[in-house]
Design a binder for this molecule. Structure first.
Ligand code: PLP
Length: 393
C-alpha cells in the first residue's frame, strides 16, 4: 500500500478546469456548448510576440537560463513597472516564473505552516485556499461583499489579523467578481498594516491592465512603507493572451528573494528560454493589441451585464475590472453550483458556481466574458429560456 503524505489529501483544485473538461466532452458528443467558464482571453498571442519566441529558438536560446530568469527579461519587467506606475524596481528583485500561480505557490510555501494563519479573499482564486491548506496553515477567509461593490474592506481585513497571521493575500482587480478596490481603501489598509510588521503581503495584480470606466489600477508597489514585505504577483497570461506559455513575473522583498531563487533551482530550474524572449517582446513592443483586447472586453462587459440584469430574479453589478461578471442569483431559488451544472447540461452554457471560489460564493455564479459578443448574446438567451422553464431542483 503506497502512502502519500497527508498534505496531499488537503490540496484542492480549480473547478474551472473540470468544467472545461465537461464542456469539451459535451462538445465532442456534438452538443453546441458556449463556454463562459474558463478564465482566459479568447484572443491569439500577438504575432510579434510569437515571432520573438521563434527567433529566440533559431538564435540558439534553448538552454537553461538563470533560475529567476534572464537579466534582459527582469530588466524589461522593471522598465514596464516604471513606465506604467512610475515606480523604481531593482531587476535583482524580479523573478520570471512559469505562470502567475507559481508566485502564490512560492509565497504560500514560504509563510505557511501548522499553527499560523493566512488571510485570503473569499470569494477568490481557489488556489489560495488550496495551497494554504496544503502547508497546514489555517486559512482565514476575508469576505468580499457585494454591498461593498466586491472591493475588500480594509477595516474588516485588519480586524482579522492577529499575532498568528503571517501572510495577507489581496487581489484587485479580482477574480471571480471583477471587483476593483478603490485607492482610499488600499491607503487605509496600508496605514493599518503599520501596526502589524510581522505580516507579509502578497498582492495578486494579474488583471492590472484590465480596468474599465476610467478606473486606474492602484499597485501596492506604490507604497514604499510596505516594500520590505510585499510580494507582487503579475504575469503575461491575461494581458498578452499567453495563458499556455506559462509566463509570470513577481517582485520580492530582499528577505524572500533568495528563498524564491532556491525554490526555482529545486523545482523548475528556469522558465522556458524562448518564452522569456517572447515575454520581453511583449513588454517592450507595441501595446495596441492589449488596448484593442481590453476595449473589446469592455464592449462585452456592458452587453453581459445588461443581459444578466434583464433575466428575471438575476441582478449583476457592473464589474470594474478583469473579464468576469458575477451575478447574484439568490432570487432564482437555485443553489449556485446546481444552477451552473444544469446550465451546462441542459442549456449548453458553461459557467462556474460561486462556491467554487469560497464559502462566501453561494448565491452567485461566474461568467467569463472572454467569448464573442455573439456567443454571449446566445448564452444569455439560453439562460433566460432555462430560468423561465426549468423547475428549481
Ligand atoms: N491570479 C488570479 C487572480 C487568476 O485569476 C489567475 C488565473 O486565472 C492566476 C493568478 C494564475 O495565472 P497563470 O495562468 O499565469 O498561472
Amino acid at each position: 500500500m503506497l502512502e502519500i503524505v497527508p498534505a496531499f489529501a488537503r490540496i484542492g483544485e480549480e473547478n474551472a478546469f473540470a468544467v472545461l473538461a465537461r464542456a469539451t466532452e459535451l462538445a465532442r458528443q456534438g452538443r453546441d456548448i458556449i463556454n463562459l467558464g474558463i478564465g482566459q482571453p479568447d484572443f491569439r498571442t500577438p504575432d510579434h510576440i510569437v515571432e520573438a519566441a521563434v527567433k529566440a529558438l533559431r538564435d540558439g536560446h534553448h538552454g537553461y537560463t538563470p533560475a529567476t530568469g534572464i537579466l534582459p527579461a527582469r530588466e524589461a519587467v522593471a522598465r514596464d513597472v516604471h513606465r506604467r506606475y512610475g515606480v523604481e524596481v531593482n531587476p535583482e528583485r524580479v523573478a520570471i516564473v512559469p505562470g502567475g500561480k507559481v508566485t502564490m505557490f512560492a509565497a504560500i510555501l514560504m509563510f505557511g505552516q501548522p499553527g499560523v494563519e493566512i488571510l485570503y479573499p473569499d470569494p477568490g482564486f481557489p488556489i489560495y485556499r488550496s495551497m494554504i491548506e496544503f502547508t497546514g496553515a489555517t486559512p482565514i477567509p476575508v469576505p468580499i461583499r457585494e454591498e461593498n461593490g466586491f472591493a475588500f474592506s480594509a477595516e474588516e481585513t485588519l480586524s482579522l489579523i492577529n499575532e498568528k497571521t503571517r501572510l495577507l493575500i489581496i487581489n484587485s482587480p479580482a477574480n471571480p467578481t471583477g471587483g476593483v478596490t478603490p485607492k482610499a481603501e488600499i491607503d487605509k489598509l496600508v496605514a493599518g498594516l503599520q501596526r502589524f510588521s510581522h505580516v507579509a503581503l502578497m498582492s495578486d495584480e494579474i488583471y492590472d491592465q484590465m480596468t474599465y470606466d476610467g478606473e486606474n489600477h492602484v499597485t501596492l508597489l506604490a507604497y514604499p512603507e510596505i516594500r520590505d514585505r510585499l510580494i507582487l504577483l503579475n504575469g503575461w497570461s491575461k494581458t498578452y493572451a499567453m495563458t499556455g506559455w506559462r509566463m509570470g513575473w513577481s517582485i520580492w522583498p530582499d528577505a524572500c528573494y533568495e528563498a524564491m531563487r532556491k525554490l526555482a533551482v529545486n523545482c523548475w530550474s528556469c522558465v522556458n528560454a524562448p518564452a522569456q524572449w517572447a515575454g520581453i517582446a511583449a513588454l517592450e513592443g507595441p501595446q495596441d493589441a492589449v488596448h484593442a483586447m481590453v476595449a473589446e472586453f469592455d464592449r462585452r462587459r456592458k452587453a453581459v451585464v445588461a443581459g444578466l440584469n434583464r433575466l428575471s430574479n438575476v441582478t449583476c453589478l457592473t464589474p470594474k475590472g478583469a473579464f468576469y461578471a458575477y451575478p447574484n442569483i439568490k432570487a432564482t431559488g437555485w443553489k449556485a453550483k446546481k444552477l451552473a451544472a444544469q446550465l451546462l447540461e441542459e442549456a449548453g452554457v458553461a459557467t462556474i458556481g460561486g462556491p467554487d471560489f469560497g464559502v462566501h460564493g453561494e448565491g452567485y455564479i461566474r461568467l467569463s466574458y472572454a467569448n464573442s459578443l455573439e456567443n454571449i448574446e446566445r448564452a444569455l438567451e439560453r439562460m433566460g429560456d432555462f430560468l423561465a422553464k426549468a423547475p428549481v431542483t
